[in-house]
Design a protein around this ligand. Structure first.
Ligand code: ADP
Length: 390
């Protein structure tokens, strides 16, 4: 039994054929630069990569070529036991607190939510439209926001004029929910406890933190959009909204320019000149002052949220690191956890420095809070949620 997981972007389609039971990724690939002159398809199967370089006009043509690729290079989809196609959808608004089988009504709701995620939902819909046409199995939408529909009002509500907030649906929706759900459940499974107060730090190019109490999300750092919260690769994270007024009035910048500045040119890129944490670490190691300061700001923001969420949950049992930086960057993990020593939270340096792809505890036996590294796997989670609905 398998699920084809699709993550459709505005000019790309990422896909993975997953066995939801064993967790095995059987084949994967991506189509990129759709609609441009030199589109590119890359298919990985059996340790080999097959590439295709030709113009690909639209998502329909892209997905047809992916199906051809499966049938030519393998594994043949007809023999692969595909039970469902799982789609990553960024914004589920207040309509979806869990995954949903896509019918016309669900598709229309995803479309209706596009103003809340103008870059993402229309792109996700392109993948959904062609997959519904090309596959006979159920298509399932898995929403990045669904896990955070459980947020209590006190954390989902902005202190904005009620009427305006309601009219424009302004609230904290969160993002990366599939990852926060997958990782927090894994932690519960490993520790054999459902009654945990957890903080999950998803630190990738995009980054977010969640507070998960007894298996339910009670707070998260991304808000109306993924711009809020932690310092990210290219996003500011938290910033006084009055900076927008100031840049518009005094700097003469347009709203679109400020949007690009905050989302694409800020964060580690804006502070250190590079959004890849490996390069920032290397620069800092060579004494680059901007990089050193960028890392300090990055860690300070994390500490802010760890403190806040401990207070919100009335205690803390586990802090878990995940995603590209969380899983691989022992120096960032150490910088954060060492600052928590006054609370009896202690890092086992050797465990922290050991590279592994397995979930693991990296705190000492006598640490007051467990510190863990748990690799995230959003595709597997999407596949599992899709199958659970069938
Ligand atoms: P996303 O899915 O948001 O694009 P990922 O979760 O793949 O991002 O994480 C990408 C980030 O992980 C990059 O900033 C990259 O520098 C960082 N990363 C990967 N490996 C390491 C490492 N060994 N040390 C530090 N950072 C790393």
């Amino acid at each position: 039994m398998t699920v084809l997981v699709i993550n459709s972007g505005s000019s790309s389609i990422k896909y993975q054929l997953v066995n939801p039971e064993s967790g095995e990724s059987i084949a994967s690939g991506l189509v990129e630069r759709i609609g441009e002159e030199t589109s590119h398809l890359e298919h990985d199967y059996n340790g080999e990569t097959t590439e295709l370089n030709q113009p690909i006009a639209d998502h329909g043509e892209g997905l047809r070529l992916v199906i051809d690729m499966f049938n030519d290079v393998g594994p043949k989809l007809a023999d692969a036991g595909v039970q469902a196609v799982g789609h990553r959808v960024v914004q589920g608004g207040n309509h979806f607190s869990k995954a949903a089988i896509i019918d016309d009504e669900v598709q229309a709701l995803i479309e209706e939510l596009a103003p809340l995620a103008p870059l993402h939902n229309p792109a996700n819909l392109k993948g959904i439209e062609v997959a519904r046409e090309l596959f006979d199995v159920p298509n399932v939408a898995v929403f990045d926001t669904a896990f955070f529909q459980s947020l209590p009002n006190e954390s989902a509500t902005y202190a904005l004029d009620r009427e305006t907030a309601e009219k424009y649906q302004i609230r904290r929706y969160g993002a990366h929910g599939t990852s926060h759900m997958f990782v927090s459940q894994k932690v519960s499974d490993i520790l054999g406890r459902d009654d945990l107060k957890q903080i999950v730090l998803h630190l990738g190019n995009g980054a977010s933190v969640s507070a998960v109490k007894n298996g339910k999300a009670v707070d998260t750092s991304m808000g109306l959009t993924p711009l809020e919260g932690l310092v990210m690769g290219t996003r500011t994270g938290d910033i006084d909204p009055a900076a927008v007024f100031h840049l518009a009035r005094v700097g003469g910048m347009s709203i679109d320019e400020i949007d690009t500045l905050f989302n694409k040119k800020s964060g580690m890129k804006g502070l250190a000149g590079d959004n890849d944490m490996r390069n920032v670490n290397e620069l800092a190691g060579k004494g680059d002052e901007n990089a050193i300061e960028a890392l300090e700001v990055y860690v300070h923001r994390l500490l802010h949220y760890i403190g806040a969420y401990s207070a919100v949950m009335g205690g803390l049992d586990v802090i878990t690191f995940t995603a590209g930086i969380g899983e691989n960057d022992n120096s960032t993990r150490a910088s954060v956890i060492k600052r928590l020593e006054p609370f009896g939270i202690k890092l086992d340096e050797e465990k922290n420095n050991t590279r592994s792809k397995e979930p693991r505890v990296i705190s000492t036996e006598d640490s007051t809070v467990k510190v863990m590294v748990v690799p995230t796997n959003e595709e597997l989670s999407i596949a599992q949620q899709a199958v659970a609905l069938l």
